[in-house]
Ligand binder design. Structure first.
Ligand code: HEM
Length: 199
């Protein structure tokens, strides 16, 4: 369409389109599932049905809270699946791929047909729900050193250690800050609300 564009312009234009597509998926599909409709409304995250967003503010500090990256957003670790489905071009099931067999093996995706098979598998397979446990692929078989996937590290322990390493305040301190109820005994943990009311 634009044979006059030089390679830099082509790259920047393509980059802008891919970033926009990614943002659209994140805001339109992923965040509503992760946060729920109430939080989406309260935080003003819903996409506009039409038009352009004009409230971009270059002065907003886009830095992340330490608590978010060192702890909260690692919630994604509970969403990883033990085995990833693969489907053939005719959408027939192929042997799935065990997560711990994929670590540091990015080249596998370049095998003939593999990218399509993995993408079709991802379209077919439901995501794992967010919950209070993670697959043993991450909690027992993270980055196995001998390549046999027999022994690996425990990402969930690393998450907890990383919170201490970063000096994050305890969970109950955060609940107080968010006006949520707290507990000082294990028995009190039962029935604690996980999310605040956004009213
Ligand atoms: C197969 C899936 C995944 C693997 C193997 C993985 C592995 C890891 C590892 C090894 C770390 C560094 C841990 C440390 O040393 O403290 C990490 C950090 C992190 N992960 Fe994951 N992760 C996965 C998926 C996800 C997902 C789905 C999310 C969120 C949606 C996520 C969010 C994070 C965040 C926020 C950090 C901290 C980043 C930082 O502080 O710079 N991860 N992950």
């Amino acid at each position: 369409m634009n044979p006059n564009w030089d390679d830099e312009t082509l790259y920047q234009e393509a980059r802008a389109i891919v970033a926009a597509q990614l943002q659209h998926i994140v805001f339109n599909e992923w965040l509503p599932v992760l946060l729920g409709p109430e939080a989406m409304n309260t935080l003003g995250l819903n996409l506009m049905p039409s038009g352009r967003y004009h409230r971009y503010d270059a002065k907003v500090n886009a830095g992340l809270a330490n608590e978010f990256s060192a702890a909260a957003f690692r919630v994604g670790h509970t969403m990883a699946t033990r085995v990833y489905t693969r489907l053939s071009g005719a959408h027939q099931p192929l042997p799935g791929i065990r997560l711990s067999n994929t670590f540091f093996k990015a080249n596998e995706i370049y095998k003939v047909g593999m990218l399509d098979e993995v993408l079709c598998g991802m379209m077919d397979q439901s995501g794992k729900i967010v919950e209070n446990s993670a697959t043993t692929e991450l909690s027992q078989h993270l980055f196995p050193s001998n390549g046999t996937a027999l022994f690996g590290m425990d990402l969930i322990s690393i998450n907890i250690q990383r919170g201490r390493d970063h000096g994050l305040p305890a969970y109950m301190n955060w609940r107080k800050l968010c006006d949520l109820s707290t507990a000082d005994k294990f028995a009190g943990l039962k029935g604690l609300r996980v999310f605040p009311d956004y009213d």
